[in-house]
Design a protein around this ligand. Structure first.
Ligand SMILES: [Zn+2]
Length: 204
């Protein structure tokens, strides 16, 4: 016999679908929501409905937005000739938290993965090329993760831009030794990449 009534069991089942939430956490959350009958359940259901209905993808950069254009694309102080290409919306949030980048973004919503059956047409690569064709873009900074798929996606985009003879520079974000890191603790891949992407501090 299940000691929990069905509506509660259903709520636990829904919460368990969230990443990182197992049976125990889901049960604890469900009981917590139930105990605070008035506020939490109401606010939560309103918010869930609201994000579902009102969040859309920006028609220019495919970042999350509550209007046809996201707040970054709408900001006149941003340099719209500089595009930073990222894998997902959470990468935009991470980069924005550094308060350094003043250009705009392009969110791919995935990475090219031949083994996973994801081709360039399955993510927002065609839309990126469309932006390059229709606006004056001085530089595309590819900020995908330094993984096999991230590197592969970078090389694919780089080749498209070179072959398409766009008057656009292509760059890759640096990767290597993190600030505060120590050489002796770095793995081979990180060290190799740190050497490969070294920067010149004095030219001759
Ligand atoms: Zn946008």
């Amino acid at each position: 016999m299940d000691p929990y009534p069905k509506p509660l069991r259903d709520l636990i089942a829904q919460l368990k679908r969230l990443p990182g939430v197992g049976e125990k956490t889901a049960t604890r959350l469900a009981l917590f929501i139930l105990a605070d009958r008035q506020n939490l359940a109401e606010g939560l259901s309103r918010s869930l409905q609201n994000v579902h209905e009102n969040i859309q993808l920006c028609s220019a950069c495919f970042n999350l937005a509550d209007k046809p254009r996201c707040s970054i694309c709408q900001d006149p102080s941003r340099d719209s000739s500089l595009i930073c290409v990222v894998e997902e919306p959470s990468d935009v949030l991470a980069l924005e938290s550094a308060h350094t980048y003043k250009g705009v973004y392009h969110v791919l919503h995935g990475l090219i993965s031949p083994l996973g059956g994801v081709g360039p047409e399955d993510i927002r690569v065609p839309e990126l090329m469309e932006r390059l064709r229709h606006s004056q873009i001085s530089e595309v900074i590819v900020a995908t993760n330094p993984s096999v798929e991230g590197e592969g996606t970078f090389h694919y985009i780089e080749k498209l831009i070179i072959d398409g003879k766009f008057d656009t520079r292509v760059s890759r974000i640096a990767s290597g030794i993190p600030m505060g890191g120590e050489l002796k603790y770095m793995d081979q891949v990180t060290l190799a990449s740190a050497l490969r992407y070294r920067r010149l501090t004095k030219d001759k």
